[in-house]
Write a protein that binds this ligand. Structure first.
Ligand SMILES: *Cc1c(COP(=O)(O)O)cnc(C)c1O
Length: 376
């Protein structure tokens, strides 16, 4: 059996090796390391794939979130609502820009931001909602967009884990995640569903004026060479990373199918166990691209299971172990534990299994057999 890995980037590389090696070689020969033609090609290819008018490449997903918020003109003191159960990058940039983060609870089944919790948290100071398509599952965007419209709020999608997911509206219309909100941010960190071989990110929007603003912000606030109209940042996707992404993008749907297939096999093998809740896919199966495959271990020793699996050479992880409202950097007397029952419970129950495009049946069987052997 192949060694089980949490993420197998080497195996995926084998399939695109020639193309990647050749384009990197061309970049080395041309020395166009920054702003080379690969970056423009990738931008156009991704716009087409997502069905979004503008893709603005940048240096990483955290920058993408920050630049999106700068582009919307959010001001210190503006309240921005986001999920308590996610990676910290989202709340980090809100705090960094001196906006006021408002963390809210999530849904127990989808792990995504709770619509009721958002609604309860809206005040006259609220300016934006940042839903995260957590673990690759589209958040309830129809409800979020309706709430935003009603209260005149911006929606910034954090699509770092959800690239390639299809969101289906109640009327049947299908749109890619990241092409729904006013603006979206994504990450091309190597382990993401569309990952490069270093750092990378992008911002998406259908709004022409906002796209123009964002293109200046990523480039030191310059709209004309050496004219700095606004305070910007330096955030670039380099040519080598764009070349890797150009090689991977045509395979993204197949990669996501491979992840979904592995998830279905895990869920079939772990079905109907009293201590295991397998991930629930809301609505259409294409709404989940399984950036992570995350179980809930209920009324059993989750940490013991984690140690057991690791002892057997099966990597697994807890995403995420601490609610953001309990993180030292984001403590705030406004938060009340009673407002976070779901996140507080999930951090004790979640367990993410190996998930990547190269998992095979034998590996899935070994992993699920060990889980059942431990839980009995
Ligand atoms: C990975 C990730 C980010 C940050 O992306 P980087 O490229 O690592 O800066 C932001 N939000 C979520 C939900 C992520 O998973």
């Amino acid at each position: 059996m192949k060694k089980i890995q949490m993420v197998d980037l080497k195996g995926q590389y084998e399939g695109i090796k020639e193309e990647v090696n050749q384009s990197i070689q061309e970049i080395l020969e041309s020395s166009a390391f920054i702003n080379g033609p690969q970056v423009h090609t990738f931008q156009a290819n991704l716009e087409k794939y997502l069905g979004v008018k503008h893709v603005i490449p940048c240096a990483n997903g955290t920058d993408a979130l920050q630049i999106a918020m700068m582009g919307l003109g959010l001001k210190p003191g503006d309240e921005v609502i986001t999920a308590d159960f996610t990676f910290a990058a989202t709340v980090e940039v809100i705090a960094l820009l001196q906006l006021t983060p408002v963390l809210v609870d999530v849904c127990p089944e989808s792990f995504n931001i709770s619509i009721e919790a958002i609604e309860k948290a809206i005040t006259p100071k609220t300016k934006a909602i940042v839903p995260v398509h957590l673990f690759g599952q589209a958040a309830d965007m129809d409800a979020i967009m309706k709430l935003a419209e009603k209260h005149n709020l911006y929606v910034i999608e954090d699509n770092a884990q959800g690239i390639g997911a299809d969101y289906t509206y109640p009327d049947g219309k299908v749109v890619k995640t990241g092409a729904i909100g006013h603006v979206a941010a994504t990450s091309f960190f190597p382990s993401k569903n569309l990952g490069c071989y270093g750092d990378g990110g992008a911002i998406f929007t259908n709004d022409d004026a906002l796209a123009h603003t964002l293109r200046g912000i990523v480039n030191h606030g310059m709209y004309e060479r050496y004219h700095h109209d606004v305070v910007g940042v330096n955030s670039r996707l380099d040519s080598i990373q764009a070349a890797v992404l150009n090689a991977k993008l045509p395979n993204l749907d197949a990669y996501n199918v491979a992840r979904r297939t592995a998830a279905q096999k895990y869920s079939a093998a772990l079905a109907n166990h009293a201590n295991i809740v397998t991930p629930k896919v809301d609505g259409n199966e294409n709404s989940h691209v399984f950036h992570q495959y995350t179980l809930r271990i209920v009324n059993a020793d989750r940490d013991g299971l984690l140690a057991h699996l690791q002892g057997k050479g099966i990597p697994c992880a807890i995403y995420y172990p601490i609610p953001l409202h309990n993180q030292k950097a984001y403590l705030d007397p406004r938060y009340n534990e009673a407002d976070f029952p779901v996140t507080n419970q999930l951090v004790k129950e979640v367990l993410s299994l190996p998930m990547h495009t190269e998992l095979d049946d034998e590996q899935i069987k070994v992993i699920t057999d060990e889980i059942k052997a431990f839980l009995g």
